[in-house]
Design a binder for this molecule. Structure first.
Ligand code: ATP
Ligand code: MG
Length: 291
């Protein structure tokens, strides 16, 4: 089922910058979609249209079969939660628990329901023990997790995240991506994530849309989109690092690789397979008469 339908969407900022030039995309219920693109390609501008924070200059966005501009903001905010690129744009309350409680409080929920949602959301991002901590005293990675918790406490159907892993250490990236994977797979939340980190995309995401100068120029599964480096160069992007290595082995060292591995797991499988072939050829050679 199509959850969000975007048609011919354009956006012009007040200073005249034409940031979106006719975006078309369908977001399917339950999918984990990556919006990939170089700096300034229009990712943040597009995401801010999904929950009505920015209004289109032309074109339309339909959420659950209803034009977004005909829906009440409160209904849209309840359905579509957005985690901003910069945690400082999002965190407003003095302490962690007050901040996470902010959204549910505005939904006019009962006190018990608010407490339970705050606990659950902090549990999901593994930050329960930080409930009383002052927001200003959190590390950058911790504050990113609290931003996610604040949105989860609203129980959105669609979770939109703008560069959720930028500025995180490798452990932080793994933790946040594991949280998102669980939310998508276990809790059925539709996730749209903007990133310029190509390495993450094939590991977790079902589909990727590449933006360039305010339009979506390619769309498909990671396997369909990440076929060769040449295609991505003009978009100021590159293949995932492991795919670059495998591409060099295929094209320069003439390794017989048919479909380009995009993740460490796939590359490991392909290399084991190739080593097994070499071993069996060697072994076969040693038992052939005359060799
Ligand atoms: N508030 C604004 N006023 C004017 N122009 C803006 C504004 N915000 C963004 N832009 C411009 O719109 C274009 C798209 O910006 P956007 O922030 O959507 O890109 P992005 O893909 O999210 O980039 P990044 O990877 O750097 O986050 C850029 O040319 C940018 O300069
Ligand atoms: Mg951005």
């Amino acid at each position: 089922m199509i959850k969000i339908k975007v048609e011919n969407l354009t956006h012009k900022y007040p200073d005249g910058t034409q940031a979106l030039n006719g975006v078309n995309i369908d977001v399917v219920e339950g999918e984990f979609l990556a919006i990939l693109g170089a700096n300034g390609s229009g990712k943040t501008t597009l995401l801010k249209h999904f929950n009505g924070l920015l209004k289109p200059a032309s074109g339309s966005i339909v959420l659950d079969n209803k034009e977004l501009n005909e829906s009440k903001s409160a209904d849209v905010f309840r359905k579509v939660g957005m985690v901003f690129q910069d945690p400082n744009d999002q965190l407003i309350a003095p302490t962690v628990e007050e901040d996470v409680a902010f959204g549910p409080t505005n939904l006019n929920l009962s006190y018990d329901e608010i407490i339970s949602r705050v606990n659950d959301a902090l549990g999901l991002v593994k930050m329960k023990e930080f409930a009383k901590k002052a927001i200003h005293a959190l590390s950058y990675g911790q504050s990113k997790r609290i931003c996610i918790a604040g949105i989860l406490a609203m129980k959105p159907e669609i979770l939109i995240l703008d560069e959720p892993t930028s500025g995180l250490d490798p452990e932080g990236v793994k933790t946040v991506m594991k949280i998102l994977d669980d939310l998508n797979k276990e809790h059925g939340i539709t996730i749209i994530l903007a990133t310029n980190s190509v390495d993450l995309v094939p590991v977790l995401m079902d589909r990727v849309a590449i933006m360039d100068r305010g339009v979506i120029v390619q769309e498909g599964t990671p396997r369909e989109v990440f076929t060769d480096s040449g295609k991505l160069e003009g978009l100021k992007l590159e293949l995932p690092q492991i795919a670059q290595l495998m591409e060099a082995l295929r094209d320069e060292e003439k390794f017989p690789i048919n479909s380009l591995p995009l993740t460490i797991g796939q590359a490991r499988q392909e290399l084991s397979h190739l080593i097994n072939i070499v071993d069996s050829v060697k072994h076969a050679g040693s038992i052939l008469p005359g060799y």
